[in-house]
Write a protein that binds this ligand. Structure first.
Ligand code: C2E
Ligand code: MG
Ligand code: MG
Length: 681
């Protein structure tokens, strides 16, 4: 065994001299490869033996007498696994070698990178100087040569390299940076160039951290802003600072962020980037005019700035959007606290000449280094998170990769979706809902599709998130409402009976106080009775603006419209939550239905959901029923209605009408093929 490694060992348990357990443990000791599979053959009632063999390192068991088919399958499986393991191991060692090589190459790149960096630093039109606590000059870029030279360039001290006047100005500032570890605000100073002209510089100082996180040097950057008397100076100020709030603009913010990133990389610290959007400010401007509107903006800027320390940056990006950069701040409880207090502060009304104005704060956060490696990216991700906060409710949101997707496709999709309505690219498919007892189709759910000229046919999961975030869902949702009501009216006319119509609602539609009136209008325009319309929404809706949602739902119910909870069980609404709202039906999500017949737990869960619904006097619909067994399960547990491919896939209105005409009371096999097959296109 030591000279030739076996592929597989099969042993009996009962043997003379030593038993199977001892044999296995001896093998394990002797074999050079710990993964050689060992099968032990035991009699049926030898449970104790099996445990012992397992402890000794057996891989699998066979019961004697041996079933030869089973024997072949098991051994084949183990041998295949063994082969694959060997291949994987080979690959791993290959990768290891490649990694070594890559590391070596990287070191070389780094060395060359440093040289390049040095050249780059020398080419910057600014004086860059690094000094340590003892006043030694660790580095000065070649811009230094353009200045009147100090008395002793070779001394290696700042005083020697840049002169006594310079050193007297800078020594106390350097000390401050070394003591506090904070970046100093930019200040102006004058220096004489090698032609004897006085020039103005905008100078900043930042600490430089060693690998251990200690501050061991100060980086001083002095940007040449020319002759102090020139008006250019003021221009610079103007171009970089927002005139209303006096805050840095986007450009400066990106620059500060990139400086902070350099330090954070050195010190191994994090940075939090907050994107804050103030909703409702546009209305305020319209209501009170520009001068007063600016005062609200200024007030908001001040409240935000109150939360920023010396090392932090608050900038105004555009319109009502602010950026806050918090170096040294990671995603922890302290950050949560700071964010909460900013939101809280902005939540108080602004009082102008006795009138109160409210702004709606949406706040998104990205973290360095987790969420991005460039300043632009971090700001973008914070904005994406802010958008999410805006669409989903008022709480702050931290960036998560699944929020962004491919940004190019995203922007294209936004652009095209905004045209989809006028280009007539949206349409509705209908999926039947039937009574479980009789099999009779008594309703149709309208499901939105976008036949985009550029992207091709799209399912809602791809474009609905974009529609939600951009707010396009509001006009689109209205179109769905009207179109579905018209379709229901058309079916009533041609079939002579009313088919209930179900539409899906987005949360955004509920934020519009006008929504109940739009529903009433759509019903009136189609001459449809309110009971024929069912509105579906997901549990998530009940989490946010409970009061407003409650009011809108109450109004709709008052009109006689039916309300249903969609995808029940997939989100976090508590059952208690449901009792507070006036729903008629609960639709149990497809995920649960497919589990119902797969496992005992799944079955118990669906049965319990059906029980709870019954207790709350809610009707139930099983979603996504695909097999007769699932249907049978639902029937046996008292579910009233069902929907799913077993009954019918979403289909064009014309096909649905034919279906309703020909066999309205049968559970038909599902319509053939995909809904995007050429015939249905
Ligand atoms: P939903 O309301 O839960 O719709 C049911 C989804 O499950 C539909 O996907 C349907 O095609 C699919 N489905 C139905 N039966 C089966 C089945 O037996 N097996 C499987 N595997 N799937 C089944 P669809 O059409 O892609 O819609 C996805 C979601 O998009 C909908 O979920 C709904 O929440 C939303 N949606 C669709 N149309 C609209 C709309 O007009 N407005 C809004 N706000 N949301 C919509
Ligand atoms: Mg639905
Ligand atoms: Mg659903």
């Amino acid at each position: 065994m030591q000279s030739r490694l076996p592929d597989l060992i099969i042993t009996d348990f009962n043997m003379p001299e030593m038993d199977g357990a001892e044999f296995v443990s001896r093998c394990r000791r002797e074999l050079s490869d710990p993964e050689v599979p060992i099968i032990v053959i035991t009699a049926y009632d030898d449970r104790d033996f099996r445990y012992r063999a397992l402890e000794a390192g057996a891989t699998d068991f066979l019961l004697s007498p041996i079933d030869h088919r089973e024997f072949r399958t098991r051994t084949n499986n183990l041998l295949t696994i063994g082969r694959q393991r060997r291949i994987i191991r080979q690959r791993a060692s290959l990768l290891e070698r490649e990694l070594d090589e890559a590391l070596r190459r990287q070191a070389e790149v780094l060395r060359r990178g440093e040289m390049k960096l040095r050249r780059l630093i020398d080419s910057v039109p600014a004086l860059i100087v690094t000094s340590n606590g003892a006043g030694r000059c660790l580095m000065a870029n070649s811009f230094r040569n353009l200045l009147a030279s100090g008395p002793d360039v070779t001394s290696g001290t700042i005083e020697g390299v840049l002169g006594t006047a310079y050193w007297q100005r800078h020594a106390p500032l350097d000390r401050r940076v070394l003591e506090t570890g904070q970046t100093l605000p930019a200040f102006e100073e004058e220096m004489t160039d090698s032609f004897g002209r006085t020039r103005s510089f905008m100078t900043t100082k930042t600490p430089l951290f060693s690998d251990g996180g200690r501050i061991d040097a100060v980086v001083t950057v002095s940007v040449d802003i020319g002759d102090p008397k020139e008006s250019e100076n003021r221009f610079l100020q103007h171009a970089n600072y927002d005139p209303v709030c006096g805050l840095p603009n986007r450009l400066i913010a990106l620059d500060r962020l990139s400086q902070a990133m350099v330090l954070a990389r050195h010190g191994g610290t994090e940075i939090a980037v907050l994107h804050i959007d103030l909703g409702g400010l546009k209305n305020a401007y319209e209501a009170v005019g520009h001068a007063l509107g600016d005062r609200i903006l200024l007030g908001a800027a001040k409240r935000i700035s109150d939360h920023a320390g010396a090392a932090d940056t608050v900038a105004r990006l555009s319109g009502a959007a602010f950026l806050v950069i918090l170096p040294g701040q990671g995603g922890d409880g302290a950050l949560d606290g700071r964010i909460a207090s900013i939101i809280d502060d902005l939540g108080h009304p602004f009082i102008l000449d006795g009138t109160e104005f409210h702004v709606a704060t949406s706040l998104g956060v990205s973290l360095f280094p987790k969420d991005g490696s460039s300043p632009e990216e971090l700001v973008q991700q914070a904005q994406v998170a802010m958008q999410r906060a805006k669409t989903e409710g008022r709480g702050p949101r931290f960036f998560a990769p699944e929020m962004s997707g491919n940004t190019y496709v995203r922007t294209e999709m936004e652009r095209l979706l905004s045209k989809a309505l006028e280009r007539d690219e949206l349409h509705l498919l209908y999926q039947p809902i039937a009574d479980i007892g009789t099999g009779r189709i008594d309703g149709m759910e309208a499901l939105l599709r976008w036949k985009s000229h550029e992207f091709g046919p799209l399912l809602p999961e791809f474009f609905l998130p974009v529609a939600e975030e951009t707010g396009l869902i509001v006009p689109i949702g209205l179109w769905v409402l009207k179109t579905a009501c018209q379709q229901a009216a058309a079916w009533r006319k041609s079939l002579g009976r009313t088919i209930g119509i179900t539409i899906n609602l987005s949360h955004r539609q509920f934020l519009d106080a006008d929504f109940p009136r739009q529903v009433a209008d759509a019903l009136a325009a189609a001459d449809l009775s309110p009971e024929a319309l069912e509105l579906e929404m997901t549990e998530r809706l009940l989490m946010g603006n409970a009061r407003q949602v409650h009011a809108v739902l109450g109004q709709l119910r008052g009109m006689g419209v039916r309300l249903a909870i969609d995808d029940f069980g997939t989100d976090y609404a508590s059952i208690m939550c449901l009792t507070r709202f006036p729903f008629n039906r609960l639709k149990i999500d497809r995920a649960f239905i497919s589990e119902a017949t797969e496992s005992v737990g799944g079955g118990a869960l669906v049965a319990a959901m059906l029980d709870v619904a019954k207790g709350l006097n809610l009707q139930t619909v099983g979603e996504g029923v695909e097999t007769p067994a699932q249907l049978e399960f639902l029937r046996n547990h008292g579910c009233q209605s069902f929907q799913g491919f077993l009954l019918g896939r979403p289909a064009e209105a014309g096909d649905c009408e034919m279906r309703l005409r020909s066999r309205p009371e049968t559970i038909a096999p599902s319509m053939d093929g995909s809904e995007f097959s050429p015939s249905s296109d």
